[in-house]
Design a protein around this ligand. Structure first.
Ligand code: BG6
Length: 479
């Protein structure tokens, strides 16, 4: 779908996010023909560069991070020609007039705040002061959006001084993942699932986001956050909302976000026994432990968390949702599994075993879904039952276009230009998610609850397995 002409300014244009995600995503959209002749990208940061140097930086970033997508040198040079750089002082006056000169109100102007949240206010104010914004201007902000409810409220207030809610695009890149959007298509585009999507038929739901990477060079940021703030309050919460929400009346920004908000507000605060926190240990061959990575032997920040949450509403009362995420786990796997109840009575007798349908939604890798169904084992051996997956791997369904599953950022940045906020978080949603997370974190702090160590590249602490076993359930394998 073509989009209108735009100017996209990336504050923090030389930063890591720009290099790894934003610029490669824009390049792919350029190659797909979504950036017309007039559109421009402007990197803005405090370091001294000219546009030629910044273009080299962009070309390098694309060489390094644009994996799985082949392109020609011509495409690359066509793209970098659309790029400029402005050295800017976010807290002062330098660079702002030049930035104003490079952008035009005749095009959609979007400003990506890929900088520390402490600068949001100064940037918003200057965009106004230097005539860079009008009612059609959009700003994009990244997580972390605050570190608790109070700071999120303060950030919202600062942005609200200069921008309407309809101009603010709070990114949670999980919402841009192809499978996450597909989740809504599956739920609300099929008759098959929705009637069964409730506590009467669903035994429990598991959401796992497992990573193999450690905290690496991000120790300083991460140790102040931990898995709860870094992943659960945002990414896992968003997945939970989409899985659990009521059908919105239409697929539009406020209808969807209203429903998500209701889920967050219906979440109980899990008790201490329903949460397991862990920190990865050193490996035998010398990979550092979490504590070594963050350079603080006394850190009580978690690199793993598993929890059982309950949604207190009519649809979900009695169906727990288990969340689990962590660093340095056995495999990089993210999936949601909706585990249905067993049939009320087996006509095949006890020897046919226990079976249940599981709908698995795989976010990564190998994006797709499968639905486990019970069938008769083929052959003459009598009525033996087996579970087989009805598999819909996107790569198979898409055939030769499989490479074209767009990265989350491609989708989200183009939605900003189109003015579509459906896949972005609204201010009240973020505040509500913090209002849920805050008392949990406070309870750990108050009671001095320490994370337990777990083996690197394992499935996490034993206690996390127990969290399920004691309910007569088990986690799906991380593989
Ligand atoms: C980020 C977190 O938001 O998401 C990181 O800050 C995490 O700690 C990353 O590694 C995971 O994203 P993805 O898309 O690789 O699953």
């Amino acid at each position: 779908i073509p989009v209108e002409s735009f100017d996209l300014v990336i504050f923090g244009g030389t930063g890591d996010l720009a290099r790894r995600k934003i610029l490669p995503a824009l390049f792919r959209r350029f190659c797909a023909g979504q950036m017309d002749q007039q559109s421009r990208i402007i990197g803005a940061a405090r370091s001294e560069h000219d546009s030629a140097e910044f273009r080299d930086f962009v070309a390098q970033a694309i060489g390094e991070f644009n994996t799985g997508h082949s392109y020609t040198q011509e495409e690359l040079s066509g793209f970098v020609e659309r790029i400029d750089y402005v050295q800017i002082d976010a807290l002062g006056t330098d660079g702002w007039e030049e930035l104003a000169r490079l952008t035009s109100s005749e095009r959609t102007r979007a400003f990506y705040f890929s900088v520390a949240p402490a600068l949001f206010g100064a940037l918003a104010e200057r965009l106004h002061k230097y005539g860079l914004s009008d009612d059609a201007t959009r700003i994009v902000v990244e997580k972390p959006f605050g570190r608790d409810e109070a700071s999120a409220r303060a950030l919202n207030a600062v942005l609200a001084e200069h921008f309407e809610e309809s101009q603010i695009y709070r990114i949670d890149h999980y919402l841009g993942k192809e499978t996450v959007q597909n989740l809504m298509a599956v739920r609300f585009g099929n008759m098959l699932f929705e009637p069964l999507w409730n506590a009467q038929y669903v035994d429990h739901i598991q959401i796992t986001v497992a990573e193999t990477v450690g905290v690496g060079g991000r120790g300083e940021y991460y140790d102040k956050s931990g898995a709860m703030r870094d992943m659960v309050q945002n990414h896992l919460m968003q997945l939970l909302c989409l899985i659990a929400m009521e059908p919105p009346a239409k697929f539009d920004h406020d209808a969807v976000r209203d429903e998500k908000l209701k889920v967050i507000r219906a979440l109980d605060i899990p008790s201490v026994e329903d949460i397991v926190r862990g920190q990865y240990a050193a490996t035998e061959d010398g990979e550092p432990s979490y504590l070594q990575d963050v350079n603080d032997p006394a850190s009580t920040t978690e690199s793993f968390i598993a929890m059982k949450v309950r949604i207190s509403n009519w649809r979900w009362a009695g169906t727990p949702i288990y969340l689990r995420t962590g660093k340095k786990l056995k495999a990089r796997t993210s999936e949601i599994a909706v585990v249905f109840k067993e049939t009320p009575h087996s006509i095949f007798g006890p020897e046919s075993g226990r079976h249940r349908n599981i709908l698995t939604i795989r976010l990564q890798p190998n994006e797709g879904m499968d639905l486990g169904v019970t069938i008769k084992e083929p052959g003459p051996g009598g009525m033996r039952l087996v579970d087989v997956p009805l598999d819909m791997t996107f790569a198979d369904a898409l055939g030769p276009d499989a490479d074209d599953v767009p990265d989350a950022y491609e989708r989200l940045i183009m939605d900003v230009i189109r003015g579509n906020q459906t896949l972005f978080m609204r201010g009240d949603e973020v505040e509500a998610a913090w209002a849920w997370a805050d008392p949990i974190i406070e309870a750990w702090e108050k009671n001095g609850v320490k994370p337990v160590p777990y083996d690197a590249y394992s499935t996490g602490p034993e206690d996390a397995l127990m969290l399920m076993h004691r309910d007569g359930r088990r986690w799906r394998e991380i593989k």
